[in-house]
Design a binder for this molecule. Structure first.
Ligand code: PMV
Length: 346
């Protein structure tokens, strides 16, 4: 939209969350990753955001699940001012932003990836209104802007498999935005992710503080080297449909991430007794069933149980009968890999 062509309108996007298999942990500069990461895009856990815009002076009103939220409004206003550095038309519009999540706010699920991705996509649709733009370039810019809000959000704009961070293992990979990984074996594009909510409590150490603790961390260099190697290994696993390799690498990464937390200065612990109980039950189940089911963790106590669609008929009853007892209010969100964000209006 040109400044000379200001008008009112409405845009709306739904963006899913994502789950990293090789984790982003540690950053530098302007929200740049210290190592590349690879994630599976989800489909059910999502944020839907709409923006009503009209000519004005850059005022921002933000409603989360129907209610005005001043803390979010403040953060979103600062974020939009940052984006407006490149897209000054945003200073000449008033925005009414309404956002809601498909999952309960209290579920202990990090929503920054889906939220920042949905917001960046809406802003992209506004600033490029009326301009012919190639889809790939649009998504790349949305990923760039989403990254400025939350690193992992850069990977939510598309799917099913996204890579963020420059690596010699993938041509066109970049530190400033995520790219889609092509030629992935179809078994991964229908993978299931059952998210076991072990605790709904707010984390004592937020991601931003966790990333900062990687500066000067005694094992940081080793961790960054491991992650970079894991990127090359995971790309071959994904292309070859190597489920055994996926199981091993996925759990190695999850535990590497939490080992960093336990060995930072000062150390901290985000897993809970229920997390350990679920992991032990999973290892028994895998040994007995021979199924390629594995887990990963975000920066929190909840378990993402990952398995191919073909194992669903056996895994779901096991979760219901053996694992819900470890979940807060028996809560488990059954999700699956998806293709990324969708524009609903505008
Ligand atoms: O995007 P952030 O700053 O909330 O960091 C996310 C970090 C992890 O979820 C732990 C890993 C990842 O790559 O998503």
């Amino acid at each position: 939209m040109n400044a000379s062509d200001l008008r009112s309108g409405r845009v709306k996007w739904r963006s899913p969350s994502n789950i990293a298999i090789v984790k982003y942990w540690g950053k530098h500069g302007e929200q740049l990753p210290t190592n590349p990461s690879i994630s599976l895009t989800l489909s059910e856990a999502a944020t839907t955001t709409s923006i009503d815009y009209k000519p004005g002076s850059g005022l921002v009103e933000f409603l989360f699940e129907g209610n005005r939220n001043e803390e979010f409004e403040d953060r979103v206003t600062k974020y939009i001012n940052r984006i407006a550095g490149e897209h000054s038309v945003l200073h000449q519009l008033d925005l009414k932003i309404e956002s809601s999540n498909s999952f309960p706010h209290s579920a202990g699920i990090a929503s920054s990836a889906s939220a920042m991705s949905a917001l960046a996509l809406c802003l992209g649709s506004i600033v490029h209104k009326g301009a012919a733009m190639d889809e790939r370039a649009f998504l790349e810019e949305a990923s760039f802007n989403a990254r400025l809000g939350s690193g992992s959000a850069s990977r939510s704009v598309a799917g099913p498999v996204m890579l963020w961070g420059a690596t010699e293992h993938l041509l066109n990979s970049h530190d400033e935005w995520a790219v889609q990984v092509e030629d992935v074996d179809p078994v991964f594009s229908t993978f299931r992710d059952s998210i076991l909510i072990v605790s709904k409590e707010e984390k004592q150490v937020k991601s931003t503080a966790g990333h900062a603790l990687m500066n000067g961390h005694p094992y940081a260099q080793q961790r960054f080297d491991n992650a970079r190697n894991h990127i090359g290994e995971l790309l071959s696993i994904l292309r070859n449909g190597d489920l055994g390799g996926f199981v091993d690498l996925c759990e190695q990464e999850a535990l590497d991430l939490h080992a960093m937390m336990m060995t930072s200065v000062p150390p901290y612990l985000l897993i809970r007794p229920g997390t350990v109980a679920v992991i032990e039950a999973l290892h028994d189940f895998r040994a007995q069933s021979g199924l390629p089911v594995c887990m990963t963790l975000d920066a929190g106590p909840n378990i993402h149980m990952l398995y191919p669609e073909s194992a669903e008929a056996q895994v779901r009853p096991w979760i219901d009968s053996e694992l819900l007892r470890y979940c807060a209010d028996g809560m488990c969100i059954h999700d699956r890999v998806g293709t990324g964000a969708k524009q609903l209006e505008g």
